[in-house]
Design a binder for this molecule. Structure first.
Ligand code: ATP
Length: 916
């Protein structure tokens, strides 16, 4: 447990002052020259200039020189350096120079790309700024937590991350999880008391430390230390490890590349022995050949290209509003086979409006637009008793008072400050009663029980103008009907509650897709200032119901259809009423005959039974966050890759357990974001589908990079081995091979990292979670293309030798054949799932054509420019042979395409069910 000495942590400038946790909160407020109403904006600005922003010191990673040198610490590069030494020892200094130049170029490209990728990651992470609720100029506002200053009054709520070190002066069932600082994962209860100076950090009950998480309740505190002065700031060097740009898949490939290198070195050594002792070739020649082989077979450029592919994937997702917090999620997203999603705000717009109101005797239709407090409220029954309006007025009063939101007009449009549902209630209340502000002023709030998705109600305690206490409650109808003993009649009197009536009315509204809330009221002791659940039991009177509409997002409807086509199941998991959930499900295309399962149904099933039933049900209603965890596990039991959304603090376990945990960026709590792999900047379901599409694209592109790179190496290596075995001169020299591997392979390989999504990406079923990347299909492709490369290169070399060309010219022809074949192979690889033989596929992208143009120019340069001819040992190729080389590329393309079509046809035939 990090210990903390009082002298190092004064909350004012004087070292003699005892630490904030050891003195009463009032003393801290005084000494920071602030009050519970907060600082003024001007003072806050002054303090920001004095204390600096509330940012944690950056972890100081290694400097640029070390980072540059790190690119040499790689077995592939060691082999190249050894090759340079061998060539130097043999006096082939041109080769040595080229190899070293390539080694340095490789490190430089890696260094620059890594820096770029890291900066891109940082800027994406910066989109995840933490907000803090503070009081400035006496008003509650939400600010970027980096603008927090000592003396600021901060409001904490369940799910918040504490933005700086706070001395608490008001707590309400506050629990904070401090494992970040203490290692203790059980949340500790906080109060406003002070403790001894030498109390350990974990026992300082009156403090909330920056970086810890509020798991329950609410609190207010005064900021005593920010940024590097805070407890976490002082140890953050230990915490903020820089995430390297890698994923399990890439790691696996890097390990594969290392083993491949060792294998190649072993084969090279055996060849050396064979050539020298068996074929009796000169040792120096053999050594050069073996160097050529090692250089040829090792995919030097692969790690750099894979890193770039990932970085591009992260950026593409950020553009689609999905911010990746943990890199492996990119891979997982590509294999998601079921998405469990919230309803409110994700599938619907979370733009609410009260459409219906129901009292014991009448139903009303509410008209209006958005959150504007204007619109008519008309009884559906024209003979309605005007006296019944009394109950409607009480309903509107409860709606306005049991409410934490505000609505305000800006540029002619009404906006909500807070929960949209509560904003809609305020607009409704104003439509019935006029100014809702006046209602609130007349009945000041004394205390509240906040809404919790587990108990599904919220209650407030108010003082009436005549000094009496009154309670207002709103919540899920089933819940409130249970809590109420009586119901309100039109003229104001009460009688025992008719539960069946209210539940039936709620069901009717829900069937129409409306979100239903019940509102109740009850008496409280005069002068009471605290409210507990015990005050609510048995003493409440049900006043009425309201039904709210929340239209589905049109883009979510389209995204659900996309998911269905992509073989991805979508399951809605909501806290809402089953009727409402089913109606919304119908509107957006999530519907199954088995219907809706509720949280209560889930509780009745054991895990095995749940796993059996879960595949048949797509809508889960009246669930609590705990149910989400069970649902994730039940789906995973079927081998599915599960994406789960969440926003509340209690959703964290399910988000962690899911294969891809997705938190809401707008309405989500900090706790949910911390637990998630991905944060949605716009809370929109369509962004999840877009992220899955990007995930699939990244996986495909990684696969394409590998499928394209490895056969090139395989073909080169086989060419050399065959030449050695048959005792022919090498068709391509080591320097030329290096050129191919590092210059052409990296430039063309990077093109694949930028490949756009293939048209049928979202029409394929999800890849199996355990599907190996380097599976039989890829292995076959590598072998096939390697053999074709061997045939092409060797064939052209033999052809040139036969025609009596010089060895240099023969090599130049072989080299150009290899590069041309690489280019045609690239066009083939772009469409691994469909045909490459249509105009769109052949048209390629601008990037492809630019790269090919540059590469062709470079190839012409090393073939025809005399200075480069000396370095690369090349000679000008006659036109006729040049055309022949291009023809070889075309032949390769045709063979590969025919093989692919044959394979795809066979696969389709195998999948088709046998006729019965
Ligand atoms: P989802 O986002 O998954 O669709 P939800 O918003 O429907 O979830 P909750 O927020 O858990 O689910 O709400 C569940 C129920 O609790 C609502 O249907 C409503 O009846 C009630 N409720 C929601 N918010 C409040 C609130 N602020 N005060 C009182 N009751 C509420």
């Amino acid at each position: 447990m990090p210990e903390n000495t009082p002298e190092t942590r004064p909350f004012t400038a004087t070292p003699a002052t005892p630490p904030a946790y050891a003195v009463p909160a009032n003393t801290v407020l005084e000494s920071l020259e602030t009050s519970s109403a907060g600082l003024t904006a001007i003072e806050a600005e002054r303090r920001l200039a004095q204390y600096g922003p509330n940012l944690l010191p950056k972890a100081t990673g290694p400097g640029p020189i070390i980072r540059f040198l790190r690119h040499f610490h790689n077995i592939l590069i060691y082999v190249l350096i050894a090759a340079a030494l061998v060539t130097a020892a043999l006096g082939h200094f041109v080769d040595t120079g080229v190899i070293l130049a390539v080694v340095i170029a490789n490190a430089t490209i890696g260094f620059i790309q890594e820096g770029r990728a890291e900066r891109a990651m940082e800027s994406i992470q910066a989109m995840l700024r933490v907000k803090a609720g503070v009081f400035r100029d006496g008003k509650r506002v939400s600010i970027d937590s980096q603008n927090l200053v000592p003396g600021d009054i901060v409001v904490l709520e369940a799910g918040d991350k504490v933005p700086a070190d706070l001395r608490l002066f008001e707590t309400n069932g506050t629990y904070i999880q401090e494992s970040m600082l203490t290692g203790e994962s059980v949340p500790v209860e906080k109060n406003t008391g002070s403790v001894d100076v030498d109390t350990a950090l974990g026992d300082r009950v009156g403090m909330a430390y920056g970086g810890t998480l509020v798991t329950a309740g609410q609190a207010r505190g005064v900021t005593v230390a920010t940024g590097r002065e805070s407890e976490i700031g002082r140890i953050s060097g230990m915490l903020s490890g820089v995430e390297t740009l890698t994923t399990p898949l890439v790691l696996q490939i890097n390990i594969f590349a290392k083993w491949l290198t060792l294998l190649i070195l072993t084969v090279a050594a055996l060849l050396l022995v064979f050539g020298y002792f068996v074929s009796h070739q000169p040792f120096a020649d053999m050594l050069m050949a073996v160097v050529g082989l090692s250089v040829a077979a090792i995919p030097e450029g692969l790690p750099a290209v894979l890193t770039i592919t990932l970085a591009i994937g992260v950026q593409a997702m950020a553009r689609r509003n999905a911010i990746v917090r943990r890199l492996p999620a990119i891979e997982t997203l590509g294999s998601v086979s079921v998405i469990c999603t919230d309803k409110t705000g994700t599938l619907t717009r979370n733009e609410m409006m009260v459409r219906s109101a129901v009292t014991r005797t009448s139903s009303y239709q509410v008209e209006g637009n958005g959150y504007a407090p204007e619109g008519s409220v008309t009884p559906l029954d024209s003979n309605a008793d005007p006296a019944g309006m009394k109950a409607l007025h009480e309903l509107a009063r409860a709606a306005a008072l049991c409410n934490d939101a505000g609505i305000a007009e800006q540029d002619g449009v009404w906006h909500v400050n807070g929960d949209p549902m509560e904003g809609a209630l305020l607009a409704f209340s104003a439509k019935v009663l006029g100014d809702h502000g006046a209602i609130a002023d007349g009945r000041p709030r004394r205390n509240a029980i906040p809404f919790d998705s587990r108990h599904r109600f919220m209650a407030t305690l108010h003082e009436t103008p005549d000094g009496q206490g009154v309670i207002y409650v709103k919540g899920a109808p089933e819940r409130l009907v249970e809590m109420c003993a009586t119901e309100r009649l039109p003229a104001g009197e009460t009688r025992p509650v008719d539960r069946a009536y209210w539940l039936e009315m709620a069901e009717t509204l829900a069937q129409d897709g409306q979100r239903v809330l019940a509102l109740a009221t009850g008496p409280a002791v005069a002068g009471a200032s605290s409210l507990s659940p015990a005050d609510l039991t048995g003493a409440l009177t049900l006043v009425g119901l309201v039904g709210l509409i929340d239209p589905p997002r049109p883009e979510a409807i389209a995204a659900i259809a996309d998911c269905r086509e992509a073989g991805i199941r979508v399951k809605m998991i909501t806290g809402d009423h089953p009727g409402t959930a089913a109606a919304i499900g119908r509107q957006i295309g999530i519907e199954r005959p088995e219907g809706v399962m509720t949280g209560a149904d889930l509780d009745r099933l054991d895990d095995a039974e749940l796993a059996r039933r879960i595949m048949g049900v797509d809508i889960f209603a009246r669930t609590s966050p705990e149910h989400k965890l069970r649902l994730v596990m039940a789906l995973q039991a079927h081998g599915l890759t599960v994406a789960m959304t969440g926003d509340g603090v209690n959703d964290a376990p399910a988000l962690k357990r899911a294969d891809a945990g997705i938190a809401m960026g707008l309405k989500g709590s900090e706790a949910a974001r911390e637990a998630a792999d991905i944060v949605l900047a716009d809370d929109n379901f369509a962004s999840i589908a877009a992220a899955v599409r990007e995930g699939r694209t990244v996986y495909d592109n990684i696969k394409k990079v590998i499928s394209w790179t490895l056969p090139t190496n395989g073909g080169e290596a086989m060419t050399i081995i065959v030449a050695l075995l048959v005792g022919m001169p090498l068709p391509i020299s080591p320097v030329q091979i290096l050129w191919v591997n590092l210059v052409t392979a990296v430039t063309l390989g990077i093109v694949l990292a930028f490949e756009p999504t293939e048209p049928n990406t979202m029409r394929r079923p999800p890849r199996r979670r355990d599907e190996p990347l380097l599976g039989p299909e890829l292995a076959w492709h590598i072998v096939l293309v390697s053999i074709l490369f061997l045939a092409g290169v060797f064939g052209m070399f033999s052809y040139a030798v036969d025609r009596g060309y010089t060895p240099e010219l023969a090599r130049t022809i072989a080299l150009n054949t290899l590069v041309v074949m690489e280019i045609f192979h690239l066009f083939f690889i772009r469409n691994i799932y469909g045909t490459s033989l249509n105009l769109k596929a052949l048209a390629g992208t601008r990037l492809i054509w630019t790269t090919i143009a540059v590469l062709t120019a470079a190839q012409f340069a090393i073939t025809y420019i005399p200075a480069l001819q000396t370095i690369f040992g090349t000679q000008s190729v006659p036109l006729g042979d040049g055309l022949l080389i291009v023809a070889i590329g075309v032949v390769l393309f045709v063979i590969l395409e025919l093989e692919k079509q044959l394979r795809l046809t066979l696969q389709r035939a195998n999948k088709r069910p046998a006729p019965s």
